[in-house]
Design a binder for this molecule. Structure first.
Ligand SMILES: [Zn+2]
Length: 602
């Protein structure tokens, strides 16, 4: 996970609990072949939302044949019927941007959530179509399910391109420009960067909102040009470019080879932008998606509360999560999902024992809750660092993958156990399986690279490390650089440096002795070469290795003792608060084959 992901972790419960404001009525659940929607609107509106998702999924399937369309992380779509409901779910959003949240998407490794406000669908009062925002993110999740890496401009460009798809009756319009003209106006009034420069940009968001809008508009237009521009073969060339990137070809070389020189492309693109209208492709809408074939039912009150708790857990809104989870567990003590939710709430509060009990109860009540089973397993004493007998953990992990064969995190934990026991080939098999399931997680590539290095294959280890180092930012990048530094010098590329080497920023690494959170303030105490050092800050960027089991539930406040951490702080005033800038938590592979473990390795 990159340093870019800043978690607003608070260890205090603030504000009025929403569950005190009155009981919630049961919601409706609608199911289509691939989606599940819950709503406090009518069952019919839930079914309708499900169909809109089926449409974009079918469109994507037709455009990207052979792509995996079902994410291992289940997606739950919430369709609040009105502003009050949306505000209950997202009170913080209202504080920041008023009532303009029409749709949003939460990407998690374990669960995903989308939210569509029913009162915003089809309303002319809104300048944003809620489906647009959500389609955009859904397309990202499909791309990331299938690709090891995609340059930012293309990731955003494709998401924007599909976001504006219009479904009208039995026709759909792919590549249609947005209904409101903001995007195209933008392009007409601002000059674009040369393509060669633009495609190398690593960040879409800058402090300047005009820059950010320009980035998205530019990404959309360039993608549009590469699909519908003269000589582009309606997207055939773009597919070729895509495939080259997946083979690991450097972006610029692949671009020139596929499309031609940057100079010529700049000229053609500028000409394309001056056109009066943008082409779209009119295609027949996917068939066989009759709403009447979808199922719906009224959930129980406890089920409703447990699902809302899950949404708040994955939104990291702990006070709300706790309230819903508690209410659900009270209304139905036999509901497994409510116990799973409570488990995550306790986990986040540093109460591992209570969390473990809740997860165990969840699994007893509902054998399908593989996430609870995984969390329960990883909290077992046998799973903790330093324990040599991992038989029980392995057995549990195997049970999990037997019931949920595409759950990458379980394979990663198995890989780590095999490495620890000295069985590197098996470790590599598990690690590669995880990579295939979650190709966009750079930490899984680094794990495979490190195992390859230990197997005596510095060439491949360096290829893996370099792939990540050249494409990712933040602590993911730094982890890859560390791996490169562990392979012999003659296998390394000459020029890859660690990031974040601004002036006045110093770097220290050590073993975590303690971390502490208080509001926005964070402190970390390290044992660094026998010296104890404490760093504090209030706006600290946090990154962590993807291979740490708690993934979506990472909290920098707990459970980090013993990990290696790399700290960056501002020079000169180390003892004053506000100095800590970034911290990255590493997950170093242990290897201590005991006699017993060796005997197991054949
Ligand atoms: Zn995006």
């Amino acid at each position: 996970m990159g340093l870019g992901r800043i978690f607003a972790v608070t260890c205090l419960l603030l504000g009025n609990p929403v569950w005190l404001r009155g009981e919630i009525k049961p919601w409706q659940e609608a199911r289509s072949p691939h989606f599940r929607v819950i709503t406090n609107g009518s069952a019919r509106s839930g079914v309708h939302v499900a169909r809109e998702f089926e449409l974009i999924r079918a469109l994507f399937a037709a455009q990207f044949p052979g792509y995996e369309l079902d994410s291992p992380a289940p997606l739950l779509i919430l369709a609040p019927r009105d502003e009050d409901t949306a505000r209950m779910l997202l009170p913080d959003a209202w504080r920041v941007v008023g009532n303009q949240v029409a749709g949003l998407y939460r990407h998690g490794q374990e669960k995903q959530y989308a939210l569509i406000r029913l009162d915003a669908v089809g309303s002319d009062l809104w300048n944003k179509n809620p489906y647009g925002v959500v389609y955009h993110e859904y397309v990202h999740s499909l791309l990331h399910r299938n690709l090891h890496w995609i340059p930012l401009w293309l990731d955003e460009g494709i998401a924007e391109f599909y976001q504006y798809t219009r479904f009208e009756g039995d026709r759909m319009y792919l590549g249609a420009p947005p209904k409101n003209t903001g995007l195209t106006d933008f392009l007409n009034t601002h000059s674009t960067l040369p393509i060669e420069e633009f495609i190398e940009k690593h960040r879409s968001v800058s402090a300047d909102s005009t820059d950010t809008s320009m980035f998205y508009a530019h990404a959309w237009a360039l993608t549009h040009f590469l699909v519908f521009g003269p000589g582009m073969g309606q997207g055939e060339k773009l597919k070729h470019f895509f495939n080259d990137l997946q083979k690991g070809k450097p972006q610029k070389a692949a671009f020139v080879e596929t499309f031609g020189s940057f100079e010529q492309m700049d000229k053609d693109f500028q000409r394309y932008l001056l056109r009066f209208t943008f082409t779209s492709a009119e295609l027949p809408s996917p068939t066989g998606l009759e709403e009447k074939s979808f199922e719906s039912r009224t959930m129980t009150q406890a089920e409703t509360e447990a699902e809302l708790a899950g949404f708040e857990i994955w939104s990291r809104k702990w006070e709300l999560a706790r309230g819903w989870a508690q209410a659900a567990a009270e209304h139905d003590p036999k509901l497994g999902l409510a116990q799973e939710d409570l488990g995550y709430v306790f986990l986040n509060e540093g109460q591992a024992d209570k969390a473990s009990q809740c997860f165990a109860k969840a699994v007893d009540l509902d054998g399908k809750l593989y996430l609870a089973q995984f969390a329960k397993t990883m909290l077992m004493p046998e799973a903790q660092p330093g324990v040599t007998d991992r038989a029980k953990v392995k057995e549990e992990l195997l049970k999990i993958t037997a019931s949920k064969a595409d759950f990458a995190a379980a394979y990663v934990q198995m890989a780590k156990i095999y490495v620890e026991q000295g069985d590197l080939p098996k470790g590599l098999t598990m690690s590669m399986k995880a990579e295939q399931l979650a190709p966009f997680l750079s930490g899984y590539h680094i794990l495979s690279g490190e195992i390859l290095r230990r197997m005596g294959d510095p060439t491949d280890a360096a290829i893996y490390a370099r792939y990540v180092a050249e494409r990712w930012n933040g602590s993911d990048h730094d982890e890859a650089v560390e791996l490169l530094e562990r392979v012999p010098a003659n296998y390394r590329p000459p020029t890859i440096a660690s990031e974040n080497t601004e002036a006045n920023i110093h770097r220290v690494e050590g073993t975590v002795q303690e971390t502490a959170c208080q509001g926005a303030a964070f402190s970390i105490t390290l044992d660094s070469g026998g010296k104890t050092r404490t760093f504090k800050g209030t706006r600290v960027q946090t990154g962590f290795a993807d291979t740490l089991w708690y993934g979506d539930h990472f909290t920098r406040c707990f459970y980090l003792k013993g990990l290696r951490a790399v700290v960056q702080y501002r020079e000169g005033t180390e003892t004053k608060e506000g100095d800590l800038v970034r911290v990255g938590f590493r997950d170093d592979l242990r290897e201590h084959p005991t006699a017993e473990n060796r005997a197991m390795v054949k």
